[in-house]
Design a protein around this ligand. Structure first.
Ligand SMILES: [Zn+2]
Length: 292
């Protein structure tokens, strides 16, 4: 089979719109069987880190997933379970039920099932048809199929919008946050979880030393934005949100890899303490913000 040639698109800074940038990392990767080297750049004006150029939309593969395997469900439940339990505890503190919550990028519905049990009314939005079918049939969840920015959500207003590991995949994050603002009620809460820019940079140093050029770090084929606590704060404040909490997020474990899980657990604990004491975020980030 001949290699697929993906189309690439150059972008201006997704935060400030300027084109003054420097390359901070070059990652060797694959698009299906086509080898690619992609640039991670940093804006010299606002410090935003992003993939540039990025793959064009038609090369994005999420919608092409045909069916959900038991292995996928077990893997997803394992790696996200603790993340969702801890996040739900925070959410109950900031906005206890009853409330209407929309989970954008709801996947197989794991988070929505937990949230519904806690007394929230829930709706999912999900681009993958296979995920929508699975969540609807297995958990009797209400899920809208499609991309959040392009779906018609006329008349729908939420108290809470959650976006777990979504923002890094979005080509135009400012447009995405503007859409979120329109769907939220005044005073509503948005919750975002995403790869922290500093954590990616630390990973790039260590993993490059250990694995050389084969290290998977930024995953630029699917990850387009790498916000820090400063750049996410700027984006949300400029779009009419007030930050109520920024913290390092619960780490994802790995099945059958106790050593990795211990190291990750220790790092996560240290990162959480450092963030509380100094405001320096060396792990992935979770943000809670209120619509003004
Ligand atoms: Zn910029």
């Amino acid at each position: 089979m001949s290699p697929i040639q993906p189309k690439l698109i150059y972008r201006s800074c997704p935060l400030c719109g300027l084109d003054r940038l420097r390359v901070v990392f070059r990652e060797s990767t694959y698009y299906f069987n086509t080898p690619l080297t992609m640039n991670i750049v940093q804006c010299c004006n606002c410090s935003m880190v992003y993939t540039n150029p990025r793959l064009a939309e038609e090369n994005i593969t999420y919608e092409k997933q045909d069916y959900i395997t038991p292995e996928y469900v077990r893997f997803h439940t394992f790696i996200k379970g603790k993340v969702f339990r801890n996040a739900l505890a925070r959410l109950r503190f900031f906005r206890p039920p009853p409330a209407f919550l929309i989970d954008v990028g709801s996947g197989i519905g794991s988070f929505l099932v937990q949230v519904r049990k806690s007394g929230y009314n829930v709706l999912g939005i999900e681009p993958s048809r296979a995920n929508v079918k699975y969540a609807s049939e297995q958990s009797n969840l209400s899920i809208r199929e499609g991309h959040f920015e392009s779906l018609s959500l006329e008349g729908i207003r939420a108290d809470i919008l959650t976006m777990w590991d979504v923002l890094e995949h979005i080509a135009e994050p400012r447009k995405f946050i503007k859409s979120a603002k329109k769907v939220l009620k005044p005073g509503g809460i948005i919750v975002l979880r995403f790869p922290g820019e500093t954590f990616q940079r630390i990973k790039s140093i260590f993993l490059r030393l250990i694995k050389g050029n084969n290290a998977v770090i930024y995953s630029p084929v699917i990850h387009l934005n790498f916000f820090s606590h400063k750049t996410i704060r700027r984006l949300l404040c400029e779009e009419g949100f007030e930050i109520i909490a920024i913290c390092t997020t619960t780490s994802e474990g790995r099945e059958n890899n106790g050593f990795f899980n211990i190291i990750r657990f220790i790092w996560s604990g240290m990162a959480s303490l450092l963030a509380k004491l100094t405001g320096i975020y060396i792990d992935n980030i979770e943000v809670y913000a209120r619509s003004l």
